[in-house]
Design a protein around this ligand. Structure first.
Ligand SMILES: *[C@@H]1O[C@H](CO)[C@@H](O)[C@H](O)[C@H]1NC(C)=O
Ligand SMILES: *[C@@H]1O[C@H](CO)[C@@H](O)[C@H](O)[C@H]1NC(C)=O
Ligand SMILES: *[C@@H]1O[C@H](CO)[C@@H](O)[C@H](O)[C@H]1NC(C)=O
Ligand SMILES: *[C@@H]1O[C@H](CO)[C@@H](O)[C@H](O)[C@H]1NC(C)=O
Ligand SMILES: *[C@@H]1O[C@H](CO)[C@@H](O)[C@H](O)[C@H]1NC(C)=O
Ligand SMILES: *[C@@H]1O[C@H](CO)[C@@H](O)[C@H](O)[C@H]1NC(C)=O
Length: 678
């Protein structure tokens, strides 16, 4: 009896011990002589280098890498207790392979309930979140981001900042990278992607609910004043058992994110890292072989070329001069030679001119060797800074493929001029067909197909691609027709160029009057719902064959949306339809759908507008259009939109007054480059 009891007692104790060991958790660790011994859990493109560096992103572009301490850390006594204090410090370096300035994304220290964070090309989320879970309180993620990319969609202050992220890539708090040095506490800037190692301290006080984040160059020691200080209770965020580690994403440029050393402790200060045994970063610069053999050879060749080329070369050079900067090397396949474009467009001759819009002139051309028909848009711009960011975006956007988007083949940059090369669209822009009924009247079927095509293209920009792309200038003159009369969106993102650059004369509101949503005026921010607003104006335009604002109408200025609205109110919306269509030449239900949808999208309240997905469903007939009255559309609401737009515009923006134009009730203010397109 006794023996059996003892046996069982021993067995139970053994099981408990084994169970305890299996779910063991750590409360502190330190790695400052390489990560070989760390047994980290890596995924994605994270690697350990031979000498023990943790390389979160290798040379693969647009992918993510994660590295976690293998065992979970206990952050609370009980699952609904309050979170313990903790502290961590680590040394990192970000190295871009294209000189210093181009890098992408960045890295983050992260505490997460799982080691399984999103992988793949979720651009802009640092490998922490994806489109579906960003901002969701069920994430339970705390992170400190070292962000080297200014994301269009999150509220990043610049492309070199440190932020505290809680469940959301939109930081709770962020500051430009830097530190308060020495006793005087003077602020010094730091460049995260400089390639130099830097140290970060993250500390949380569980009693005071205070978070400090401090950054410093490697040799400077820990500054006394933190870069970021925030009172925040992490108890609801941290679960009892969590994993700690790093997350990083590489963008369109080859960038390596390294961690050199790391220590962590719950309820105490993190152990100091001994800098003397840290693994060495790879040397920068070209390999020595290149210096000894390659360089002299290149020198010799270039001298020969110069001598042989002589005066002829110099003259040609002047004519076709273009600058190729280091950062452009990455865009090789997307860069066109000015010489080729010059030849293709017969020297930009006036006979090849397809049109001139707000942003520049467009020429038709045929590429000399491939015989590909192209359209070349010449855009001039003063700000080199803006140009560079813009080119990065253009190249990124150029990879989009959709049958309702005009393919952007590439670009060429020459001094302050940018040339964008698009595939040529044989049937030109939609507004020409709409407003020249003497030549050719688009029938209703063709119009409806074009509308559905444009909706599908815009849906792709908003929801179908890896990044949300806001078009910013949806209108009939930016809709081009291919050989089969399919509507294709062109010119997207162009307005963005003027956002990047600084142009004190104008505001950041770029778009075309009549298509600009009221909140876009007020906040200066273009969003997917301001695109939907413009799409609404476009629907009415195609349905009615009239411009959103017809300044030269016989009895004064006519605002199209008001006209359609009053027709609808009187129960005869079909009266607004394009007179050129003939009386029985159209499907009445489709016309009604398009006009009502146009009104719905023109709602002054952005939240009342449908999104592109819903719009697609309405147009396909798979979702019934809500009754307009039900969604609270009233003439007051519409008018209010215009009225508000006016007051706020005149208050918060200073448009050049010479070109300002105001009319009695509906007041739009524009300057010459805002009214683009025709
Ligand atoms: C490393 O981790 C793996 C799985 O996570 C485990 O099987 C192995 O025993 C660990 N090795 C050491 C030295 O901790
Ligand atoms: C990066 O790492 C991933 C996963 O280990 C590997 O498949 C890929 O080939 C690596 N890329 C380069 C350029 O080394
Ligand atoms: C959590 O708190 C509730 C009351 O707030 C208590 O009833 C429950 O026992 C607690 N659970 C644990 C696991 O401590
Ligand atoms: C948050 O995530 C949970 C679980 O994944 C999901 O059920 C919920 O719908 C999400 N909430 C939002 C607002 O996306
Ligand atoms: C730090 O950088 C900001 C923005 O780039 C700049 O305005 C500021 O003058 C810089 N400060 C110092 C001390 O260099
Ligand atoms: C944060 O920094 C402030 C200022 O140096 C300091 O008073 C406070 O104790 C720090 N808190 C933590 C949690 O380290």
């Amino acid at each position: 009896m006794e023996a059996a009891t003892i046996f069982w007692a021993i067995l139970v104790a053994a099981c408990v011990l084994v169970g305890f060991a299996a779910s063991s958790s750590d409360t502190e660790f330190r790695y400052d002589d390489g990560f070989q011994s760390a047994n980290l859990s890596l995924d994605g493109i994270a690697e350990l280098t031979k000498n023990g560096l943790l390389m979160l992103t290798n040379d693969t572009q647009k992918d993510t890498g994660h590295a976690f301490h293998p065992n979970p850390i206990i952050f609370k006594k009980s699952s609904n207790g309050s979170a313990f204090s903790f502290a961590t410090t680590f040394i990192f370096a970000i190295r871009s392979q294209f000189k210093t300035d181009l890098s992408a994304e960045g890295l983050a220290f992260v505490i997460a309930p799982t080691k399984d964070l999103p992988r793949g090309i979720w651009i802009g989320f640092l490998g922490l979140f994806d489109k579906t879970n960003n901002g969701n309180a069920t994430n339970h993620i705390f992170a400190v981001e070292l962000d080297t990319f200014q994301n269009l969609n999150s509220r990043d202050i610049n492309d070199n900042h440190v932020g505290i992220d809680i469940n959301d890539i939109n930081s709770e708090k962020q500051e430009p990278a830097g530190y308060f040095a020495g006793k005087d506490g003077l602020f010094r800037n730091l460049t995260l992607k400089s390639g130099k190692p830097m140290q970060v301290w993250v500390e949380y006080d569980g009693n005071k609910k205070e978070i400090n984040v401090t950054l410093a160059p490697l040799k400077a020691g820990k500054p006394t004043i933190p870069l970021l200080n925030m009172i925040y209770d992490l108890s609801p965020i941290l679960k009892q058992s969590m994993y700690v580690g790093f997350s990083s994403a590489s963008g369109p440029f080859k960038t390596n994110h390294y961690v050199l050393g790391w220590s962590f402790k719950v309820n105490g200060e993190a152990q100091n890292l001994d800098h003397s045994h840290l693994p060495k970063l790879p040397r920068l610069g070209p390999p020595p072989k290149f210096l000894t053999i390659g360089l002299p050879l290149i020198c010799l060749l270039s001298i020969l070329t110069v001598v042989l080329g002589g005066i002829y070369y110099a003259r040609r050079q002047r004519k076709f001069a273009e600058v190729l900067e280091d950062w452009e090397v990455a865009y090789g396949p997307h860069r066109f030679k000015y010489k080729d474009l010059y030849a293709a467009t017969k020297g930009f001759r006036d006979t090849e001119l397809l049109g001139a819009g707000g942003f520049g002139k467009v020429y038709k051309g045929v590429m000399p060797t491939s015989k590909l028909a192209i359209a070349v848009k010449r855009v001039s711009h003063e700000s080199r800074q803006g140009m560079r960011e813009f080119v990065a975006e253009i190249v990124s956007i150029g990879r989009m493929r959709h049958r309702n988007i005009v393919p952007l083949l590439g670009y060429c940059r020459r001094q302050c001029e940018l040339l964008l090369v698009y595939e040529y669209m044989p049937n030109g822009s939609l507004d020409r067909l709409l407003y020249n009924p003497q030549k050719f009247v688009l029938n209703w079927n063709q119009r409806f197909q074009i509308i559905k095509g444009v909706a599908s293209g815009l849906f792709y920009l908003h929801q179908g691609w890896e990044q949300v792309v806001v078009h910013r200038d949806v209108k009939s003159s930016n809709v081009l027709l291919d050989g089969e009369l399919n509507g294709r969106l062109g010119d997207f993102g162009l307005a963005r160029l003027y956002d990047h650059g600084t142009n004190p004369q104008t505001t950041h509101v770029v778009g075309t009057v009549g298509y600009l949503a009221p909140e876009h005026y007020r906040t200066g921010k273009a969003t997917t719902s301001s695109d939907v607003y413009a799409f609404g104006a476009f629907l009415l335009e195609v349905g009615c064959g009239k411009r959103p604002i017809e300044p030269q109408a016989p009895n004064g200025e006519v605002i199209l949306v008001d006209r359609v609205f009053s027709c609808w109110k009187e129960g005869r919306i079909l009266q607004a339809v394009d007179q050129n269509l003939g009386t029985n030449d159209f499907a009445k239900d489709e016309v009604e759908l398009v006009l009502k949808l146009g009104l719905l999208c023109s709602h002054s309240e952005p939240t009342a507008r449908p999104n592109m997905h819903q719009i697609m469903q309405y147009l396909e007939g798979s979702l019934p259009l809500p009754e307009l009255s039900v969604v609270g559309m009233s003439p007051g609401g519409l008018e209010c939109a215009y009225g508000k737009g006016f007051e706020d515009v005149s208050m918060s923006y200073s448009f050049p007054s010479s070109t300002a134009r105001a009319s009695s009730q509906y007041s739009y203010v524009a300057d010459s480059f805002l009214t683009g397109g025709r």
